[in-house]
Design a protein around this ligand. Structure first.
Ligand code: ACM
Length: 486
């Protein structure tokens, strides 16, 4: 009898409420990155400005902050239900279903629910095309989605020009929309040192006061770093700190001249040349310094990785370079982190499981896998966000070539280097060097929409990618920066 009553109640409710029909279909919406599977169903889910969120999990309840409509059932076909328990090898997997009575996002972990919420935001934005309509109608169906590559990142060079905490947060918000999960911060270079190290106060007292072009520089206190890390973690993004060495170290050497290994007098540098500075690989004071820096940063950082740079050390002898990088690799491991370096580090024995970030040399990328290292794919010719789009771009460089939006999309990170297998690739990262940009508007000009291309290259398998389809979706959405000027 109870069963019959409750069945009757459901019928009453569904007969009583309005029935919505959507004039779009879920698989036609401009979702980026393109999901793994979208199945459309007929009908519609209606809502006003409200969507009641239901969950029995506190961590998921906190994700309501990322849903751009108020929480209430008024004017709505039904609730948005957030839950865990999806069985999938990727913690970022989610299943998003919309039927006439509810929207449901189930994740393999809270990260999966968060990624699903980004998809829902895109669905809501696509359904907002008629703002005068009090009721919005979403198409029905089921999205099953997960990333094809687990590490999908971008790097921001805060050394050539400093970017404030708020500017970095703004970039983190933009990354999150496209399901990017790693922000690599390039925290030191010839032109500036950007992170407080308590045992070496002149690093920020002196080393942070410069930047390219003669601006006043800046740095993050350790509290700032923790604030950025927490902000990123709320969006299921890890921050990987990089201290570039033994080259790219002029700012540190200006602060502590005993670290110098190039035999010349040093002075602050605000130009854009590379390859002239080096730590002294045979001076124990250098390792005391490096150990302290790695120790302080590793105690702050929740990422399993520490990036030691290692690129363009043109005035370090080969022998000193090998000795230095291997020793720094051991220091990093002592502090329970896994070393990453630019692809030159594949010439050293950094140890199995460490990571070579391929930017220039395929030979180095192949050497890395021979040494049981993983490769992070950042080929400058495709993935460097600081390359100009074309000769008219007001920002950017072109030493690796011009990279149009189509060029940024039309390559496959998992087969780009012949001889490298997909299981040897840790992921994909798009670096943004900052010689020519100093604020969010320059950053957004260079990063968008090319970072969106990289986001899809990391998330959507090659079999589902096509430039024509991507370009159609891109033209139907708005994204950061001024797309019409590119
Ligand atoms: C690099 O572009 N020097 C890694």
């Amino acid at each position: 009898m109870k069963y019959v009553l409750s069945l009757f109640a459901v019928l009453l409710v569904s007969c009583g409420g309005p029935i919505y029909e959507s004039d779009t279909s879920l698989d036609q919406l401009p979702l980026i990155p393109r999901p793994q599977s979208v199945i459309s169903e007929l009908g519609g889910f209606g809502y006003g400005s409200n969507l009641e969120v239901i969950t029995d999990n506190q961590e998921l309840a906190d994700l309501q902050a990322f849903i751009p409509v108020e929480s209430s059932l008024e004017n709505s076909s039904g609730p948005l239900v957030l839950s865990l328990g999806l069985k999938h090898p990727s913690p970022e997997a989610y299943r998003l279903s919309i039927n006439r009575r509810e929207i449901r996002i189930q994740g393999a972990s809270p990260a999966g629910v968060f990624r699903g919420i980004q998809t829902l935001r895109q669905i809501l934005a696509a359904s907002n095309s008629a703002p005068q309509q009090p009721i919005k109608v979403l198409p029905l169906g089921v999205i099953e989605d997960w990333p094809s590559v687990s590490y999908r990142g971008t790097m921001l060079d805060v050394a050539r020009h400093f970017f404030t905490v708020d500017e970095v947060k703004r970039y983190i918000d933009q990354m999150a929309q496209y399901k990017i999960n790693t922000l690599h911060l390039h925290l030191s270079d010839d032109q500036g040192w950007r992170i407080e190290i308590k045992a070496y106060p002149r690093l920020t007292g002196i080393g942070a006061a410069t930047e390219v072009g003669g601006g006043s520089g800046g740095f993050y206190t350790q509290e700032d770093f923790l604030e950025l890390q927490a902000y990123a973690a709320q969006r299921f993004i890890q921050i990987i700190p990089e201290i570039d060495m033994p080259g790219h170290t002029n700012a540190a050497i200006v602060a502590y001249p005993e670290l110098n290994g190039n035999g010349k007098t040093v002075s602050p540098y605000t130009g854009t040349a590379v390859g002239f500075s080096t730590f002294d690989a045979r001076n124990e004071a250098v390792y005391t310094f490096v150990n302290q820096v790695v120790k302080e940063l590793s105690s702050l950082s929740t990422s399993p990785y520490f990036h030691l740079g290692g690129d363009e050390s043109h005035v370090t002898s080969k022998e000193d370079y090998l000795y230095f990088v291997e020793r720094v690799g051991q220091i990093i491991r002592t502090h329970q982190k896994t070393p990453i370096g630019w692809d030159e580090v594949a010439q050293t024995d950094l140890g199995p499981g460490s990571v070579a970030q391929f930017w220039a040399s395929e030979k180095n990328a192949l050497a890395a896998v021979d040494k049981k290292m993983k490769v992070l794919m950042s080929p400058a010719k495709k993935a460097y966000l600081d390359m100009q789009y074309d000769s008219l771009s007001p920002y950017g460089l072109h030493w690796a070539g011009y990279i149009s939006v189509q060029d940024a999309y039309n390559w496959d990170p998992l087969s780009y280097v012949p001889g490298l297998d997909a299981d040897q690739i840790l992921g994909i990262e798009a670096p943004l060097w900052s010689e020519t940009i100093s604020d969010s508007s320059g950053l957004e000009y260079l990063a968008f929409p090319r970072l969106i291309c990289v986001a899809e290259l990391g998330w959507t398998p090659q079999s589902l990618r096509s430039w024509e389809d991507f370009n159609r979706r891109l033209t139907e959405v708005s994204y950061p920066g001024n797309k019409s000027s590119k």
